[in-house]
Design a protein. Sequence first.
Length: 403
Amino acid sequence: MKPPPSRPRRGAAGREGLIDQAFRERFHQLPRYHVRAPGRVNLIGEHTDYNDGFVLPAAIDRFVVIAAAPADDRVLHLYSLTFGEEVRLPVDHPEAPAGPPWARYIQGVAGELRRVGVPLRGLRAVVDGDLPIGAGLSSSAALEVAAALTLLEVAPAALSRREVALLAQRAEVEFVGVRCGIMDQFTVALARPGHALFLDCRTLVYSHVPLPESLVLIVCDTGVRRALGDSAYNERRRECEEAVRSLRLLRPEIRALRDLGPSDLALVDRLPERLQRRTRHVVTENRRVGDAVAALRREDPATLGKLLAASHASLRDDFEVSVPELEAMVAAATAAPGCLGARLVGAGFGGAVLAVVDRPAAGAFVVSAAAAYQARAGRAGSFLLCESVGGAEVTRADPGERS
């Protein structure tokens, strides 16, 4: 059986060519800049970021791309090639109009840039990309970081990548209303090719951990979409905060679930059963992140695979963020040739599964997993073979001088 069809990869240059054509047709000029921001897949460390914990994501070679040029008026002219929609935002009050969902991320970023004193300038921009939306690959963070870098380039103004990541996170939390952690934006802004990013979400201390060339990351998309703002994501975050408040009565120095270790699970047993399970996931997942980093550094992919499987079981049983389609995909992936381990990625409640696969077996893995998922779930999945890439970048689209 052949794997299900997917949209062919055109590569960055080909996609930017299509965006340039759309830009020219819409605005009757060529863009001045291209901004590319990658998606990310989290190897391990799920729902630990907003608990001040540890994560191990990698940026992947699927991108949000923005083509842009300065405009003479004080308006942000934004056109989404994906949705076929245009939005016009006043530079002085970009948050005010009620924009469509994709534009709200850009509105939030523009508002945060103004808040920190960046003098926005009018621009024309076309937004596109090949990063699946709602699959747990951080399309929102990629759009936020890409928008921030675009607005900074056109201003012109400068912020460090760390500042860009924090600003993008604030935009999603305060304007869009999704109480996300810092992992996604930080990875999109600061990733390194061929590496995962080991991040302490409290201190923002990070290091780059090499990924074995013998492995390929395969994102197995269930086709079940979920919108974070409408899901139980915020509910899970509230439950973690409730657990911290209760634990602080017993031990005042506890600031977040990150402050608990495996030896503290007896203390956790004093919580209500639901909060016990949420807390147990975070505590054990933080430990698994450290173990995964150690496994990668000693080139032990078999142990990495076992840790992914344990992470999925914890997300399913203790954090309760799985759905039947995710279970079907994990089962299909785990049984497929070359799979070392698989787990749901992202917030859960839909989206995708990450499988770590021996590179020579990638083709056979996709054929087998696609057939098994179709049989189990009664629907087709899609499969993205991903390489780890660097963080977002800005390039000149033409040789003209900055206006």
